[in-house]
Design a protein around this ligand. Sequence first.
Ligand code: SF4
Length: 465
Amino acid sequence: MDILKERKNQVATAASGSPLNLDCGKKSTAGAVSQRACVFCGSRVVLYPITDALHLIHGPVGCAAYTWDIRGSLSSGSEMYRLSFTTDLSENEVVFGGEKKLYKSLIELIDKHQPKAAFVYSTCIVGVIGDDVEAVCRRVSKEKGIDVLPVQSEGFNGTKKDGYKVACEALDKLVGTDNEAQLPDYSINILGDFNLAGELWMLTEYYKKMGVNINATITGDGRVDDIRKAHKASLNVVQCSGAMMHLAKLMKDKYDVPFMKVSYFGIEDMSDALYDVAHFFKSEELFKKAQLLVKEELGTLIPALAKYREALQGKKAAIYVGGAFKAISLVKALRLIGVQTAVVGSQTGNKEDYEVLKELCDEGTIIVDDSNPNELSQFVIQTNSDIFIGGVKERPIAYKLGLGFCDHNHERKEALAGYEGMLNFAKEIYATAMSPVWQFTRHHKMRSSVALDQTPVDSLPNSKE
Ligand code: SF4
């Protein structure tokens, strides 16, 4: 197997009995062509779903292409977040500085769109020319009377995970700015759901049925005013913990708001997300309502899943996603529909996440951190995977190899969270994996021929070594 020697410790196979000890949480190896996105990308995926804020990218127009309606996040109100603004820095600003242009752009945009707050994203070139973005934001904030928040997200300045962190730090400046609000009992904030294809609305409906009040949704279908009073809630329920855990910890330290990690993908995790909230409030009533809701949902879902489970039995999946917590839920959800996970990896997982994956996966599953197209292609071929689950950068890998692809990324248009989402997921995996088109592709022919000139999977390092 063709793996760069610097990356050997970031790939392993699951084996029982000893820890995986995967090397992770470090900068991508130069030349490895990592699938990871830049710091700016990490920050904008977290902040962009705040619908009534102005999002201005201070940088060249190319960075702004990243933002052009790229997320499937939906809004129940303002559509301002879908506009893509940039200061469009060019040679002139690179030589003489971009602060004047940033100031002018902010004034013009705030006058025109009257946002509740503004986020200003620094890109690579801003880090190089050294514009004082904070000073410009402070000045505009004073003049216009709204929060203008700098997001120090120079693309080269770390990994996508660092982008999550700077986004959380920008949010931290908003939280706590409304101290007047009084919230009802059982009030929670939902952190780390981005309302892709309206998923958040399904989840909030479940919680409301239980009798839980949703205060701020950070950041899917997010509102600046709700975020301001987020510190008044009794609990932060954190999905996508890689992205939002930093904010949850900051709120715990500053305002003593406790947090819990959840996932809304798959039946088990979705149900636990409801029960755990009921347990937190120590309310028998909430717990009973959660039980009733789960019973009703499963009553229709389990029979509906049966035919997909039967048809998909024995199929193998490769998973490569941004956060490892999502990967964990996906392994469980796939198992529920009879699909075995042969490869699983993430861009931002930590040691603890990978140990959970090792415990969860079948012996021999390849587990990988911060992978690249070359490795992923090899893993898919070596394991004879039938379907690839990933995001925008994994889609071409799957199609070039000639196997089905399921989009689990932030631009998807299909809701995959919650009970309804579990059924959508089963339908999508079934439709993709079982499509007759794959019999005409290279991957299928290679699989049939057995004569693969590759090192066998079992020659990878495993957790016993
Ligand atoms: S790496 Fe730098 S130049 Fe490229 S998109 Fe990110 S911020 Fe922009």
